[in-house]
Design a protein around this ligand. Sequence first.
Ligand SMILES: Cc1cc2nc3c(=O)[nH]c(=O)nc-3n(C[C@H](O)[C@H](O)[C@H](O)COP(=O)(O)OP(=O)(O)OC[C@H]3O[C@@H](n4cnc5c(N)ncnc54)[C@H](O)[C@@H]3O)c2cc1C
Length: 292
Amino acid sequence: MQTPAPVEYERAASVDDAIALLERHGPEARLIAGGHSLLPMMKLRLARPDVLIDINDLAEELAYVRIDGDDLCIGAMTRHRELLESPVAGEHYRILHDAERVIADPVVRNRGTVGGSICQADPSEDLSAVFATLGARAVIRSSSGTRVVAMDDFHLGAYTTAVGPAEILLEVRVPIRTGCGSAYEKVERRAGDWAVVAVGALVCLDGDRITDAGVGLAAVGAEHFRSPAAEEILRGAEPSEATFDAAAVAASADCDPQSDQRGPADYKRHLAGELTRRALRRATARARGQEG
Ligand SMILES: Cc1cc2nc3c(=O)[nH]c(=O)nc-3n(C[C@H](O)[C@H](O)[C@H](O)COP(=O)(O)OP(=O)(O)OC[C@H]3O[C@@H](n4cnc5c(N)ncnc54)[C@H](O)[C@@H]3O)c2cc1C
């Protein structure tokens, strides 16, 4: 099926207007941002909303990458390309640029948004793994106010998030830390493809001790896109090859990959371990200022 079912179309003029339209049209209404995930699903009739509420006019309100207090804030309508080109994003978290460089192709990156990506919650979504690595929080608004949700509580399962039917994601907030490095490693079958496996790492150092760490996993069925066991091993340990090996084994064990056209489950589990090792090495080198 290559043609979406008939659908009504509304264009929101502001965040409050988008929420009012969601409330007026009920649970069969859907927000549309870049449309790169929702439209293909509508064409395949995997999604069949009655009403589309276009939020592209909210770009002025919701497209930004900026510092607010102790957080790096990324607006929901920020396009992939804007995040890729943001100096402030790269200055604080190199993982954001690592990941954006390998998400899809320039056509998709010009239009697809950060908010659409994490609200889609595809199990292979790169930014979901990145924000899980960084311990980010999502800011969600409804007519009754704004709430802030940790990434672990945001991703409820495949294609399911904490964003309710009459709510909109406003931004993602990442705590800014000092003495940290971050990196993203992805294996794909060809340039621009979804991940076979991808791993994000955050390493914060105080001398020769890891004070804080994050390990995010995409496309391997890890709960909340994270490996809590690997993070536990890293915290308080020396950033050595032995530590990275132990974390890699733990990350593999936290995966539950499926065999599919991208490879057998055993291969993906092995790859998750190897990419964990590589991402931790690079994140550590960056924390030490050894990699530009
Ligand atoms: C060919 C191709 C290759 C791709 N490759 C990759 C890849 O390698 N890695 C990767 O991670 N992604 C990949 N993607 C997905 C791409 O990143 C999409 O752009 C992204 O997933 C969705 O963003 P969007 O703005 O287009 O969202 P849309 O399609 O507009 O929306 C997706 C969902 O999010 C909801 N939504 C959107 N914005 C909000 C908001 N502010 N608040 C609440 N709900 C909202 C919508 O209602 C919908 O349910 C690929 C896509 C394509 C078409």
